[in-house]
Unconditional design. Structure first.
Ligand code: NAP
Length: 351
């Protein structure tokens, strides 16, 4: 069976998902699109040469009986209502982060999904599909570095637009570390603190940049994350786990080594789309494959979306108070087993 997708939001990432499902992945096809900007939806259909119906809004797209699954790639505050409508209609959902902009709405989605009776939702936390993070997780699971004690992580972007605000360092940027790090060490978070260092002059006046976060887990692991979104030099993601008998570090993206002018140099990627391009392919392929084989998506769950929302709410509070803020999760329902699976299978090749 081919999984027939409707795409809600045909902006930057919505288009890349249309492209990958149409041109690189197997088992899926785009049959419907919508965007609040109808011209954007129409131009996506033309750009990728797909036979997809253009709908005026998310509700009419979800109601199309030819749509088995929806990809939600509109702007964050609109995600939750589309997810809830899709669950109500019994459609599978791949939702870009955030699942919802508040912990309450995320919980409403969790409850709606449990009421429906089986998992329908996968959240677009693609770092779990990155080869480097997967290798680190395997090493930790195999006890190669002993019990993890600390993590040092870095999330740097070259620059941000004028719409990027101080809280977005948590809700838009840190959110990727929030998801991948609890998965990496299979632990839940306990508290978060935000420290504002000396501001860079390279950011706009309204923005505190860089920011440093200290997160503690229930098992006592201490995590530091530097978020520096106007670092100027590139898109730079780092992660090192310090264990009792060794350390393990996220590998650098392999780029050619240049010897020139009495120096050895290696380019740093500039664009997030390039850094995790394989992971984006793998997450959607896994979504398609697990639904076709098992009847439900196996990737990051609504519960993971809820964890991210509770943690980012606490992170934004911590930015305001300067204090250690508690991250208080409800008890995990049995419906959501600990840690979601990520596929180790490679892509099936192009169609
Ligand atoms: P974008 O380029 O602004 O695209 C969003 C599109 O959705 C725009 O065309 C927007 O129209 C449209 N839209 C807004 N509200 C809508 C609604 N209610 N119904 C239908 N369409 C609506 O943004 P993007 O970079 O693609 O990001 C989209 C989402 O993906 C965000 O939630 C973002 O956080 C997430 N994202 C995730 C990753 C990742 O690494 N996993 C990377 C990038 C983005 P207008 O422009 O007219 O408002």
């Amino acid at each position: 069976m081919t999984l027939r997708f409707g795409v809600i939001g045909t902006g930057a990432i919505g288009k890349t998902h249309i492209d990958r499902i149409t041109n690189r992945l197997s088992g899926g096809e785009i049959v419907a699109v919508t965007d609040i900007n109808q011209n954007s939806a129409k131009s996506a259909v033309e750009e990728y040469g797909i036979q997809a119906k253009v709908y005026p809004d998310d509700k009419s797209l979800i109601a199309d009986e030819n749509v088995d699954a929806v990809i939600i790639a509109s702007w964050g505050p609109a995600h939750a209502e589309s997810v809830l409508a899709a669950i109500e209609a019994g459609k599978y959902v791949f939702c870009e982060k955030p699942l919802a902009t508040t912990a309450e709405k995320s919980l409403e989605i969790v409850e709606a999904e449990m009421k429906f009776g089986k998992p329908l939702v996968q959240v677009g936390f693609m770092r779990r599909y990155d080869q480097g993070y997967k290798q680190m997780k395997n090493a930790i699971v195999n006890n190669e570095i002993g019990e993890p004690l600390m993590i040092h992580a870095v999330h740097r972007n070259q620059s941000t637009s004028e719409n990027y605000t101080t809280d977005m360092a948590v809700v838009d940027t840190l959110i990727h570390e929030i998801d991948v790090l609890h998965w990496l060490i299979n632990d839940d978070y306990k508290s978060i603190q935000a420290i504002f260092p000396k501001r860079t002059t390279k950011a706009l006046d309204h923005l505190q940049d860089p920011q440093l976060f200290i997160i503690e887990t229930q098992r006592g692991i201490v995590i530091t994350v530097e978020v520096f979104t106007n670092c100027q030099f590139g898109y730079d993601i780092q992660c090192e786990v310090i264990g009792e008998i060794g350390t393990i570090k996220l590998p650098e993206v392999p780029t050619p080594v240049v010897r020139k002018n009495a120096a050895i140099s290696q380019p740093i990627l500039q664009d997030w789309k390039d850094r995790f391009i394989v992971a984006y392919d793998l997450e959607i392929q896994h979504f398609i494959d697990s639904i076709r084989k098992k009847g439900y998506p196996e990737g990051p769950t609504s519960w993971d979306g809820y964890i991210a929302a509770v943690t980012s709410d606490a992170g934004v509070r911590a930015q305001k108070t300067g204090q250690k803020e508690l991250i208080e999760l409800k008890a995990r329902p049995e419906f959501y087993p600990t840690g979601s699976k990520t596929s180790t299978s490679s892509l099936r090749g192009s169609k």
